[in-house]
Ligand binder design. Structure first.
Ligand code: A2P
Length: 270
């Protein structure tokens, strides 16, 4: 079975209980990053910030990886932001998809980067590196986020300037969106930095937190567990180090069944 089959071809051979969806658009940002949008099954419900298993049929067998859904819960289509790993079992094929191709999706979304896993607060920080911005691309387009918080600070750190492009486009479109723009204009702050190229703001988010530059730049007080909430998504190392700084500031990690001051989820690769 060809990895890039059409939906009609896959319907017959797809595993039971799996959606077969059609790619609607693809945009490549760098040789490491791309976004795609696909049809959304009418019965598929999820909470903004959750992830789902996405796959392709490869040699007659389905292969899946976890992907954060980057579109908000109200969107008619589903959006994903993916890394391209040259030898990645899935992404080496997925990066070649074109509009009209089929993508498999398991039926059950899950995840901890959801508004329900945070107790109410004044300000929410969404700390992301690389493709870790994806769940926040969903959350900053969800009115619930703005109903829950007075300020929404999306931080995005990448190795190179070109890798910030998805987030820049996303924020621009969010601010001018007829539905969500009105909420976002007063509350959303996009804070970018780069670590391996020249850029107006250089440095890992952990260093910017630790040195206080993040708060100076934003004109806000340092992290305060009484009012500040956090969501973290990036590599394992980034999660560990950012989480340690939030805990040092007195914030506690929460979960769906035990909401608290911050939540964490790995940005998946493969
Ligand atoms: P750096 O260039 O200094 O490694 P990656 O693509 O490897 O996931 O990295 C994405 C961004 O996350 C890069 O800017 C990288 O910085 C940064 N990063 C990597 N490890 C950490 C960490 N432990 N804490 C904070 N940021 C990190």
């Amino acid at each position: 079975m060809n990895a890039l089959a059409k939906p009609a071809d896959l319907q017959a051979v797809a595993p039971a209980g799996v959606f077969v969806e059609e790619v609607k658009s693809v945009q490549h940002y760098t040789d490491r990053l791309f976004k795609f949008r696909m049809t959304r099954p009418s019965s598929f419900r999820f909470r903004s910030g959750e992830f789902v298993m996405i796959g392709l049929m490869l040699d007659g067998k389905p292969l899946y990886r976890a992907y954060s859904i980057a579109s908000p819960a109200w969107d008619e289509e589903l959006e994903f932001f993916s890394i391209k790993v040259p030898d990645g079992p899935l992404t080496s094929h997925l990066q070649k998809i074109q509009p009209g191709d089929a993508v498999l999706m398991k039926k059950k979304p899950t995840g901890t980067l959801v508004n329900d896993a945070l107790i109410p607060g004044k300000r929410v920080y969404m700390f992301s590196t690389g493709t870790g911005i994806a769940p926040f691309a969903s959350l900053i387009r969800d009115p619930d986020t703005y109903e829950k918080f007075d300020q929404v600070i999306l931080t995005h750190t990448c190795r190179e300037v070109a890798e910030l492009k998805y987030g820049e486009q996303l924020v621009e479109e969010t601010l001018s969106d007829p539905l969500i723009g009105e909420y976002a204009q007063d509350k959303l702050v996009h804070y970018t930095s780069v670590t391996r190229e020249d850029f107006p703001r250089i440095g890992r988010i952990t260093d910017l937190i630790e040195g206080g530059k993040l708060f100076e730049d934003l004109g806000v007080p340092p992290l305060d567990p009484a009012i500040d909430r956090g969501m973290i998504c990036g590599s394992m190392d980034m999660l560990r180090d950012t989480k340690a700084l939030l805990e040092k500031a007195g914030l506690n990690e929460g979960a769906n069944n035990k909401p608290a001051e911050f939540v964490v989820e790995r940005a998946f690769v493969g």
